[in-house]
Design a protein around this ligand. Structure first.
Ligand SMILES: O=C(CO)[C@H](O)[C@H](O)COP(=O)(O)O
Length: 223
């Protein structure tokens, strides 16, 4: 927890008065949202935000962080979000928390994406973490089959006895790939399958990754 908090709080230093900010999702992004709430109270920081999940939206609302409708937002200055894996080119696997689609939409509409992770998330090659794929419920059996035929070894994400349902009303299949040698090609191949809404590969989207280390140091990786 302390490592996640340290990375998240460092990332919030990049937020300046007047900025439009995307709020990520997950247990690391939680600390960034909390810190933003503190800065609003302590310094009168003036920002406008959008959230990548209902959970982050609720947290922001509770903390008095201004949430703005997308129609009024225009392009974001920056987004702060977590990740499940980060490689040396700052490509990512995201979606462990199930918010990959909203996170990718928000990241794509941000001038800058700042990722906050502890050192355990930094890998040489992506793929050890199961890759989340968001799938529409219609004919989900066929979409699942198509993933299987691609060699993805999909497994439905479950919520007890039921399939897990995202904030968008879709399902998630987690794919056991082991090693992703070409993230860009896989990203495109997966998103070509009808029924796949999006997948958790974030290629060329992160600008900065803030990594907290167990020796107390904070590293900034930049593209
Ligand atoms: O992509 C995400 C949610 O969809 C999260 O950012 C990712 O799963 C990391 O989560 P955490 O900070 O809890 O380890």
């Amino acid at each position: 927890m302390e490592l996640k908090k340290a990375a998240a709080e460092r990332a919030v230093d990049f937020v300046k008065d007047g900025m439009k900010v995307g709020l990520g999702t997950g247990s690391t992004a939680y600390w960034a949202i909390k810190r933003l709430g503190e800065r609003i109270k302590e310094e009168g920081l003036n920002i406008q935000t959008v959230a990548t999940s209902k959970a982050s939206e609720d947290q922001a609302r509770e903390l008095g962080i201004p949430l703005i409708p997308f129609a009024e937002m225009g392009r974001l200055d920056l987004t702060i979000d977590g990740a499940d894996e980060v490689d040396g080119r700052l490509n990512l696997i995201k979606g462990g928390g199930g918010a990959l689609l909203r996170e990718k939409i928000v990241a794509t509409n941000s001038r800058r994406l700042i990722i906050v992770v502890d050192e355990s998330k930094v890998v040489h090659t992506l793929g050890k973490f199961p890759l989340p794929i968001e799938i529409v419920p219609f004919a989900f059996e066929w979409t699942f089959q198509a993933l299987d035929q691609l060699g993805c070894r999909p497994q439905w994400r479950m919520n007890g006895e039921e399939k897990y349902v995202t904030d968008n009303g879709n399902y998630i299949a987690d794919c056991l790939l082991g090693r992703i040698s070409n993230a860009e090609a896989l990203n495109q191949k997966l998103n070509m399958i009808p029924g796949v809404v999006d997948n958790g590969l974030f290629v060329d989207l992160a600008d900065t990754v803030v990594v907290s280390h167990s020796d107390g140091s904070i590293e900034l990786k930049k593209r």
